[in-house]
Design a protein around this ligand. Structure first.
Ligand SMILES: *Cc1c(COP(=O)(O)O)cnc(C)c1O
Length: 409
C-alpha cells in the first residue's frame, strides 16, 4: 500500500519542481474507503467524522454521503464545518469550551453537546436559557471518564480514559450531572446519553471491548437514576498502523461486534466518531530530493519541505511510509548527487535534527531530482504541523477526482 494510487503518482510526476512539496488527496480513494466503512457498520450505528483529523473542506464534503454527521471540537471547527457541509448534524465536543463558542453553537442550532465537566454543564444550562425561548432544546451527552479494564487499553498510543485526564466527567460527577438533567433543574437541556473517547490506536477487538464497557457502564448509570438513554457515543481511535499501512483496522469484525451490541440494547442509538482511520490513507505529501550526502558512514537525502509540513513522524516517532518515484531528467549543469548504499534517511530543510521523515528507506540508486511520495498523510499531518518555522513556502494542495485522474493518465 505504500505505493501511491495511479492518480497520485501521475500528478506527482506532472508537477514542476517548484510546485513541490504538495499535499495530494485522492478523493476517489477516500470515497471508496468511506463507503466500505459505512457498509461494514450496522444501519443502527451512526458514523460521525471527527473533523480535527483533517478538516479540509473538500474532504468534509467528499465524506458527506457516508457519514451521519461531524464531531467538532472548537469554535473554529464549528464555524468551518457548518459552512463546508451546511445542514449536517454536528456534535460539539472538546475541553474548555468558551461561553462565546457555546453561544455560536446554540445559534447554529447544534443539537448535541458533549459536556466535559459540571462547570460546562452549568454554563451551557445558563446560556441556553438566554437563547430564543422557542428554539429547540439541545441534547447533552455526558463525556465520561469511566473505569476501564486496563487490559482493553493495552497497546493504545493515546489513552485518555480510566486514568487522571482533563477530559470528561469522573463517575461521581456523571451521577451529579444525570441528577441535574433529570430532576427539573435544567429544563432546557435534554439528556441523550453518554459519550466516551478513551483511547486512540486500538485494533478492532480492543475497540469492541471498549465499546462494550462503555455501553454497559452507561446502562448502569441510567438504571441507577431510573432513566433511559437514547444514545451512546463510543468514540473514535480506530488504529492506523504507520509501520504497516496494509494492516488496516478490521471494520467488518468491528461492525459485526457493534451489531451484537446494538441487538443487546434495543432502542439505543450507538455512534462512533473516527478521525484518523477514515482519512489517513487518502493523503500524500509529495516532494523532490534536493541533496544526497554521506555523513560518518550514513547516507541522507534532504528533501524539499519537511516536518513543518508533515509533522506526523516527528510527533509519533515513526518513519513515514514512502515511495520513491525516480525521475530520469536532470536539468542542471552541475553534477547530480546520488546514493551509494541500499538504505537512506530522508530529512527535510529545517535546521533541527528533529526534521526526520523516514529512516532506513530502501532507496538504492536514489538521486537528487527524484520524487518521494509520503503516504498515510491524510490525517493529523498538515493541520498539526508548525508551518511557519523557518519560513519556507507552503505546499500546494491538490484534490484528485476520478475523471481528472483519467485525463492525467
Ligand atoms: C480526536 C478525537 C476523535 C478522533 O480520534 P481518531 O484517533 O482520529 O479516530 C474522536 N473523538 C474525540 C472526542 C476526539 O478528541
Amino acid at each position: 500500500m505504500t505505493a501511491p494510487t495511479a492518480a497520485v503518482r501521475d500528478r506527482v510526476l506532472d508537477l514542476a519542481a517548484t510546485e513541490l512539496p504538495a499535499y495530494l488527496y485522492d478523493l476517489t480513494a477516500l470515497r471508496e474507503h468511506a463507503a466500505a466503512v459505512r457498509a461494514a457498520l450496522p444501519e443502527r450505528v451512526e458514523l460521525y467524522y471527527a473533523a480535527k483529523a483533517n478538516p479540509e473542506a473538500e474532504i468534509l464534503a467528499a465524506l458527506a454521503p457516508y457519514v451521519d454527521g461531524y464531531e467538532v471540537s472548537s469554535g473554529g471547527e464549528l464555524a468551518h464545518v457548518s459552512k463546508a457541509v451546511p445542514g449536517s448534524p454536528l456534535a460539539f465536543g472538546g475541553p474548555g469550551k468558551t461561553p462565546a463558542e457555546i453561544v455560536s453553537a446554540l445559534e447554529l442550532g447544534v443539537q448535541r453537546f458533549h459536556v466535559e465537566s459540571l462547570h460546562e454543564l452549568r454554563m451551557l444550562a445558563d446560556l441556553v436559557t438566554r437563547t430564543a425561548p422557542g428554539s429547540a432544546v439541545p441534547g447533552v451527552l455526558l463525556r465520561c471518564n469511566l473505569p476501564l479494564d486496563a487490559a482493553s487499553l493495552e497497546g493504545s498510543s493515546l489513552a485518555m480514559g480510566g486514568r487522571p485526564t482533563p477530559f470528561g466527567l469522573d463517575p461521581d460527577d456523571a451521577d451529579t450531572a444525570v441528577r441535574l438533567l433529570t430532576d427539573g433543574t435544567y429544563p432546557r437541556l435534554r439528556l441523550l446519553g453518554v459519550h466516551a473517547h478513551l483511547a486512540s490506536g486500538l485494533d478492532a477487538p480492543e475497540q469492541l471491548a471498549v465499546a462494550e464497557s462503555v455501553v454497559t457502564w452507561a446502562a448502569g448509570l441510567a438504571a441507577r437514576h431510573r432513566v433511559t438513554f437514547s444514545e451512546v457515543n463510543v468514540g473514535g481511535g480506530m488504529s492506523v498502523d504507520y509501520a504497516d499501512p496494509d494492516a488496516r483496522f478490521d471494520w467488518t469484525a468491528y461492525g459485526a461486534g457493534l451489531a451484537r451490541l446494538a441487538d443487546a440494547h434495543p432502542g439505543l442509538t450507538l455512534r462512533i466518531e473516527p478521525g484518523r482511520a477514515l482519512t489517513a490513507y487518502c493523503g500524500w505529501y509529495a516532494t523532490e530530493v534536493l541533496d544526497v550526502k554521506r555523513s560518518r558512514g550514513e547516507e541522507f537525502a534532504v528533501v524539499r519541505g519537511g516536518t513543518h509540513h508533515l509533522r506526523t513522524p516527528a510527533t509519533k516517532g515513526h518513519d513515514q511510509p514512502c515511495t520513491v518515484l525516480p525521475v530520469a531528467a536532470w536539468p542542471h549543469p552541475w553534477p547530480r548527487p546520488g546514493a551509494e548504499g541500499e538504505r537512506i534517511t530522508l530529512t527535510g530543510q529545517l535546521c533541527t535534527p528533529k526534521d526526520l521523515l523516514a529512516r532506513g528507506v530502501p532507496a538504492a540508486g536514489l538521486r537528487a531530482g527524484d520524487r518521494v511520495a509520503f503516504g498515510v498523510a491524510g490525517a493529523y499531518a498538515w493541520n498539526i504541523s508548525h508551518h511557519d518555522f523557518l519560513m519556507h513556502p507552503r505546499p500546494g494542495f491538490h484534490f484528485l477526482e476520478a475523471d481528472r485522474a483519467r485525463t492525467g493518465a
